[in-house]
Design a protein around this ligand. Structure first.
Ligand SMILES: Nc1ncnc2c1ncn2[C@@H]1O[C@H](COP(=O)(O)OP(=O)(O)OP(=O)(O)O)[C@@H](O)[C@H]1O
Ligand SMILES: Nc1ccn([C@H]2C[C@H](O)[C@@H](COP(=O)(O)O)O2)c(=O)n1
Length: 235
């Protein structure tokens, strides 16, 4: 049986799109010497593979049949996280508008979730055994993937704040106006919260942090403190 290192800590960070999960998780993991897993990148990667291989992403049965074909590998160094699909670097392609608009449909397919959840649990178990732990961010980490996580955080922010953050990122690339960005965020959150299998949800024992009025540094500090308190309480 696998045994976790005595000091290993497993942190689950969930929340809607644009609340700061990736930025916060990466920084917290780097500060505390933990590994980092972006589970949204895994769902984006499988979506990219479906699109690249001509699978109709609105056809749940076709997606289910193809789900086991791609090999998705995540690198968990918070300073340089990576994602490959069948050995190809997918970090760029998974961030296109096309993938973003189709990822909710693909990630709602139960067969996809089963496979990706298994991957996520294996990565977390390895980090608990071979390292000091991991910060895993997504939508269902605290509720479904790692219900026994040492610490669960649920980040929120107003739709306006989230859209402003995203519009700032997109400026000069696929420039979208604020209203369209906000509408797209709300649509994706509704799909992710409304699906039957492990929807976006706050775990009952998660600490909710509203980031609307906080700077990124303040959010990072808040989560670092929560992790340190958790570790101190276990000594
Ligand atoms: N507290 C904050 N204040 C201002 N900007 C922030 C804050 N947190 C994150 N950001 C910025 O908002 C953008 C979205 O953050 P991030 O990608 O971390 O969110 P996310 O929750 O992981 O989103 P998604 O689920 O869509 O991947 C980034 O440009 C990030 O720098
Ligand atoms: N644990 C997760 C993580 C992500 N997803 C889905 C839903 C999101 O819209 C999509 C992309 O995630 P992002 O890169 O925006 O964090 O992936 C999920 O269903 N479960």
């Amino acid at each position: 049986m696998e045994t976790a290192a005595p000091s290993a800590v497993i942190v689950a960070i969930d929340g809607p799109s644009g609340t700061g999960k990736s930025s916060t998780s990466k920084a917290v993991a780097a500060k505390l010497g933990l590994r980092y897993l972006d589970t949204g990148a895994q769902y984006r990667a499988i979506t990219w593979w479906m699109i690249s291989n001509g699978v109709d992403t609105d056809d749940a049965q076709a997606v289910a049949v193809a789900a086991g074909k791609p090999s998705i590998v995540s690198g968990t160094d918070p300073a340089a996280p990576t994602i490959t699909v069948d050995g190809l670097d997918a970090a760029g392609p998974i961030r296109t508008q096309e993938v973003t608009s189709r990822v909710s449909a693909v990630s709602a397919v139960p067969e996809v979730r089963t496979l990706i959840t298994e991957l996520q649990r294996a990565i977390a178990a390895e980090a608990a055994r071979d390292a000091d732990g991991i910060v895993v961010e997504g939508r269902d980490i605290g509720t479904t993937v790692l219900p026994d996580a040492d610490l669960k955080i649920f980040l929120t922010a107003s739709a306006e704040a989230r859209a402003a953050r995203r519009s700032g990122e997109l400026r000069g690339k696929e420039a979208a106006d604020l209203a369209a960005t906000k509408a797209a965020l709300i649509r994706r959150d509704a799909a992710d919260s409304g699906r039957k299998t492990s929807p976006l949800a706050k775990a009952g024992d998660a600490v909710e942090v509203d980031t609307t009025e906080l700077t990124l540094d303040q959010v990072i500090e808040c989560v670092v403190t929560l992790v340190e308190e958790k570790r101190a309480g276990r000594k």
